[in-house]
Each structure stands twice: as C-alpha cells, then as structure tokens.
Design a protein around this ligand. Structure first.
Ligand SMILES: Nc1ncnc2c1ncn2[C@@H]1O[C@H](COP(=O)(O)OP(=O)(O)O)[C@@H](O)[C@H]1O
Ligand SMILES: [Mg+2]
Length: 181
C-alpha cells in the first residue's frame, strides 16, 4: 500500500496547551481513515493542520510527498487537499445508515420504504464510501491513544475510558447497549 497522506510528529501547541501532540499517521491510497476522540481531543486542529489552515508547532503533513502543512488553505487546496466544516446536524441516536434512510424518506408518502429504501440507502453509502468506514485513529488530549478497525477501537479499554471516564472505584465505566462500535 502506498501512503498518500502522511503526518510526521504533528504537534500544535497554543501556549502551554498541547491541542495536538506528536501524532504520526498515514492514509493509504483508496483507504478511508476515521479520526475520532472526545470533545477537545484535537481532531479539528489536526484537520486544520493537514489542510494547511493552521501551521503546526512541530512536524509536518505530506500529500504525495509534498508538504501541505504550514502553508495556507488556499495554497494547500491547489496541492490537492481541503477540509469541510462541521455544519451538518445528523440525528445522534441513529446510525449512519438510519440517518441516510431518514433523508431518503423525507417528503415521501409514509408507505414508501421497506427493503427498497434500505437497498437505496446502502447504494448511497457505498457510493460515498461510508458503507464500510476502514480504520480509525483515536485522539485524546492531543495524543493518539488507539488505532485499528472500528470494532478494535470500540472495544479498547483506553478508548472507552476516554469517552466514558472511570467510575467511583476508578474502574473504566462499562459501555451500555449501543455504545460499543
Ligand atoms: N485557536 C485556538 N486557541 C487556543 N486553544 C485552542 C484553539 N483551537 C483549539 N484549541 C484547544 O485545543 C484543544 C483541541 O481542540 P479541537 O481540535 O477543537 O478538539 P476537537 O475537534 O477534537 O473537539 C481544545 O482544548 C481547544 O480548546
Ligand atoms: Mg472539533
């Protein structure tokens, strides 16, 4: 596999706050790579650094071997990378497929649906490449704490702790039904 996007020791510090702290990552050609983590983990900052809109404090991001970090968004876009912003408002309690299904049903008579609607939903997800989201990196407090398939990271005790914390006895909180990947 050829890595098309590579992050080398990417750090972004705001004064004493390490928003992103020494993160290495790679994205292979044709792969979908997720980046997750609790609020304030550093996801948006890492995206901004990769897309050129925020210069890193240390490290760099390379697209096809060319540095795209530390420039500016309007320069980086011509090198082949840009980011979108977090303006969509999906239904948090529904799955990705269910969110698409809602969109498919919207404005249609209530009896339209069933297996056909689900098939259309899966076609849409397949088309945009979300039917089978591949590998995930998990950030917490700016540091990479886990990397793997959704099932692997969803069952990783460090990831569960980052999201749910510890109970009164200092044990990682047990996820409830539907909270695991
Ligand atoms: N421009 C900024 N100035 C100072 N602190 C910032 C700035 N942007 C982000 N931070 C801080 O960096 C940390 C990571 O933020 P962010 O990347 O937005 O996290 P996430 O997207 O994972 O929620 C947070 O503690 C946030 O308050
Ligand atoms: Mg964010």
């Amino acid at each position: 596999m050829t890595a098309i996007l590579v992050g080398e020791s990417v750090s972004k510090h705001y004064g004493g706050l390490k928003a992103v702290d020494d993160v290495d990552f790679h994205l292979d050609d044709g792969e979908i790579l997720g980046l997750i983590g609790p609020n304030g983990a550093g996801k948006t900052t890492l995206f901004s650094v990769a897309a050129g809109s925020t210069p890193p404090t240390h490290g760099r991001v390379l697209l096809d071997g060319k540095e795209v970090s530390g420039k500016s968004a309007h320069r980086s876009v011509h090198l082949g990378i840009c980011r979108t912003h977090q303006i969509v408002r999906p239904f948090a309690r529904l799955t990705v497929a269910e969110n698409v299904l809602v969109g498919h049903h919207y404005g249609r008579p209530p009896n339209v649906g069933g297996r056909d609607a689900l098939a259309v939903t899966m076609e849409i997800l397949d088309f945009i490449g979300l039917a089978d989201a591949d590998r995930i990196i998990v950030l917490d407090h700016g540091r990479k704490i886990a990397e793997g398939t959704p099932a692997e990271v969803g069952n990783d005790p460090r990831v569960i702790e980052a999201y749910l914390g510890r109970d009164d006895e200092g044990q990682p909180v047990e996820p409830e039904e539907g909270q695991r990947a």
